[in-house]
Ligand binder design. Sequence first.
Ligand SMILES: [Zn+2]
Length: 496
Amino acid sequence: MAGWPHPTRRHVPQMVATGGGGGGGAAGIGSVSAQAAAAATIPEGLADGSRQILIKGGAVLSMDDAVGNFACGDVLIENGLITQVAAHIDAPDAAVIDAAGKIVMPGFIDTHHHQFETALRSQLAHGILVNDGRPVNASNYYETVLQTFSMVYRPEDVYINELFGGIAQLDAGVTTVMDVSQIHHSPEHSDAAIEGLRDAGRRGVFGYFEGWGERARYPEDARRIRKQWFSSDDQMLTMVMGGEIYLPGYEKAWEVGRELGLPIALHVVGTFGMQPTFDEIGAKGWFGEDNIFIHMTGMSEDGWKYASDAGAHVSLAVPIEMHMRHGTPPIQKAIDRGMGISLSSDVECTMTADMFTQMRSLMTLQRMFVNEAALAGKEDYPELMQCLDAIRHATIEGARGLKLDGVTGSLTPGKAADVILLDAEAINVAPLNNVPGAVVTLMDRTNVNTVMVAGKVKKWQGQLLGFDIEKLRRELEASRDYLFEKAGIERNLFRA
Ligand SMILES: [Zn+2]
């Protein structure tokens, strides 16, 4: 392991969920004492999963037509699984969560997030994807983040960035992520990324992408990683193979991924010059249902036809695509072709990673184009996206894209209890008059009251449990300081 301290022993998150004696931190959200105070109010048997759990009397948005929705309904959980969803459930032995005034729904799913960049948050707030020659864009994503910052990461940087980004999204109700880690400079870097994902304690898909330097083992190390970390398909973490077509030798990555039975994900960005290659391999029949195509901006009609005919999935990072010049988010193109669309936060160096921002961006942009067509007098303009559609893209469609729809993405009996409770009585939401409308048009991450992953309570009464967040933040800041110094980039808090 090249002398690098193994993070599973060194960085075990501090458990404070049991309450009592957890003081020491300053008061306030995320502090050890605030977490302990919240944890002390958890009903007995809830935290350890030793009893049935009954979520009672919430507005239940199941995201499953066969289950339906309930203005006032109950969700029963046993051994980490949802066992029943109904208007009223009798479970006298269950630990009860009073969901009055809450919206109960499946956790959000982010299908493309570069968590290794968490220490670089807001560093590239004005950045575009590539250098366009203008002085203002001398600092840009490709050169500054991928070719400069990412080159100096050590395994311990990968670990704390992954972990902190993961628990921050857990706090925002994102119970599943596909982490796109382009940071595999050595097998130790790969292991650190997986351990960071694992220690965040949520459902995760490890996207095994490229790395750089003489110790990089991508893509061949996928075989070891699959065997060592992902030998069972029945676990909290699964694996996806990265197959970037802008990198030389991508054919090998696709070959290894398919040999290992892994879905293959890749960025597909016309402004990055990928259209010819995409069309070429599409024409060769390479695409399949196992493909996750990220962005799909600026692609040809032929490329879209190959992708949709093959049943490929599309992951859209709408705010990032608009902000960073990837091209116009192809929302309508994917809808018109009946393709599965999920949402992705992409990079926090440039944009926040909560799904409320994602849903609002998706819906307002789709509606802007449709409304423009209507105002221009066109008669056959598309349907306006509805709030429920936006939530579908942020939940069950993401599960489908990641091949996890048998496990998560909706409140369906038999699926894992990845459940969130959103506060519909909060000052920015009350009074509640429409459930999907409140979620998409009013709410933000402060409304995420309770988060469960596989029936385990991760956030309770607005407090993330089980992590010493102040300590982890200091570790992230230390990583940040190292990365800036080593990369030779000045940290200027007021850079234009
Ligand atoms: Zn990306």
